[in-house]
Ligand binder design. Structure first.
Ligand code: ADP
Ligand code: ASP
Ligand code: MG
Length: 405
């Protein structure tokens, strides 16, 4: 059975009119692809609002109930889309993560999908129905609802595509493809026809919201082409696939701006072996993802250890860091949530030196101070003051001439 998988994001299903519009487009698509599996996100800002509600009940909502709550937005949009299709005379059925057989790890808030048992999906397809699956959610071994991380519906779609043997997965969204940077922030950002898995994985992990990082990882592992395209028109978007050399002639393919991070420092930590292990294992135990780490050496065998984390984890990380600070007899902790991380990404930088120098020069020319630097083979990231971030993004985009083919 040849099955097409398409995912529609939050803005695309953001109102009853938009849902009806998607339904019309799906009725047309069914003529070309008789077996359609559709994955939907929650409508517009629904998930954000559910998160706010949770925190109104408690500053530390119970993870199980948190997932039970924030997963519900997808149930609404899936049922509404099924209603719109059925109302228009095209049989359709909505399935929750549980009904679609999506099994996850026994972790809440950021569980990974470990298995999909798609028998119900096949069953409904064989009855001629369009199957609409709620993105973002699955169930654990005791059938409690779990969620797979913000923006995770992309991953739900790619996982389903791989399980049911689709070679391509459409991610339909409110932009018509992957651009050299966020087209909402830089007017002359350029749409890419193709991008390699590795570059897209870096961009997504560094904060380009357009794809959930794990969706790219899953696509790469299972050799599925992700086609990022508009929810509103039929034009070709961007294909995320194995490297094709098309863009690697240039050192930089894309730039991301992440304003969702904060720094935390533990000052004057005694310089003894094992200290870093203590700090970062304690953070890991509480599921705090640490991104950049900088250790600067002070006088008198004392180090300042600074790390970046997601802003959403700041309160918990502050508490843990204070305890670590006390236990290690360090001086004090400091934090800053007025930062932004700019990253340039490109496979081409492996063979073309001078990218870092150019990036730093751009900051220098505009008197922008760099707080931290981190590099990998195909990316260079700098943390700067948030107030300079948007301007700096434009300066970098211009300096690397990303608007030009
Ligand atoms: P959806 O709700 O469809 O999942 P998201 O809001 O998660 O959509 O992702 C789409 C958004 O990603 C766009 O509206 C755009 O502002 C943002 N974005 C960030 N970086 C890029 C990029 N390099 N190319 C395209 N869009 C990007
Ligand atoms: N609704 C979820 C979120 O807002 C999942 C998604 O949109 O992909 O994070
Ligand atoms: Mg998204």
């Amino acid at each position: 059975m040849k099955i097409a998988v398409k995912k529609f994001g939050g803005t695309s299903v953001g109102s009853p009119e938009r849902i009806k519009n998607i339904a019309t487009r799906l009725i047309k698509a069914k003529k070309q692809f008789p077996n359609l599996v559709i994955v939907v996100s929650a409508m517009g800002a629904t998930t954000d609002n559910l998160v706010k509600l949770a925190f109104e009940m408690s500053p530390t909502p119970c993870p199980r109930e948190y997932d039970a709550l924030i997963s519900t937005g997808e149930n609404v949009s899936a049922a509404l889309l099924a209603m719109a299709l059925n109302g228009a005379g095209t049989p359709a059925i909505s399935l929750t993560g549980l009904q679609a057989g999506i099994k996850t790890e026994n972790i809440y808030n950021r569980a990974k999908i470990i298995k999909v048992e798609p028998s119900r999906i096949y069953d409904e397809l064989s009855k001629g129905k369009i199957v609409i699956v709620t993105g973002f959610q699955g169930v654990n071994h005791i059938l409690d609802v779990t969620t797979i991380g913000r923006g995770g519906s992309d991953t739900s779609a790619v996982v389903l595509a791989s399980v049911i043997g689709a070679s391509e997965c459409d991610i339909c969204t409110d932009v018509d493809g992957v651009y050299t940077t966020d087209p909402r922030l830089v007017k002359n950002a350029r749409k890419l026809d193709e991008i390699s898995y590795d570059e897209m994985l870096e961009l997504a992990s560094l904060g380009a919201k357009v794809l959930h990082p794990r969706s790219v990882e899953c696509a790469k592992e299972n050799n599925i082409v992700i086609h990022v395209r508009s929810s509103f028109k039929d034009s070709e978007g961007t294909r995320v696939k194995e490297d094709t050399n098309l863009e690697s002639q240039r050192p930089v393919t894309g730039i991301t701006l992440n304003q969702e991070q904060a720094t935390l420092s533990i000052l004057k930590v005694p310089d003894t072996p094992g200290v870093a292990g203590v700090i970062f294992s304690r953070l890991a135990e509480k599921n705090i993802n640490v991104d950049m780490i900088v250790q600067s050496i002070n006088e008198n065998k004392m180090n300042d250890v600074t790390y970046t984390i997601d802003k959403i984890d700041l309160d918990v990380a502050k508490k843990i860091s204070q305890t670590i600070c006390d236990d290690l007899h360090a001086s004090r902790i400091e934090w800053d949530d007025n930062i932004a991380k700019l990253s340039v990404v490109g496979i081409g930088m492996v063979s073309k030196p001078g990218v870092a120098a150019k990036m730093f020069q751009v900051f220098g020319d505009h008197k922008i101070n760099i707080k931290f630097i981190s590099t990998s083979e195909i990316k260079i990231s700098c943390v700067i003051n948030k107030k300079d971030a948007q301007q700096a993004l434009q300066y970098l985009h211009d300096a690397f001439e990303l608007d030009k083919h």
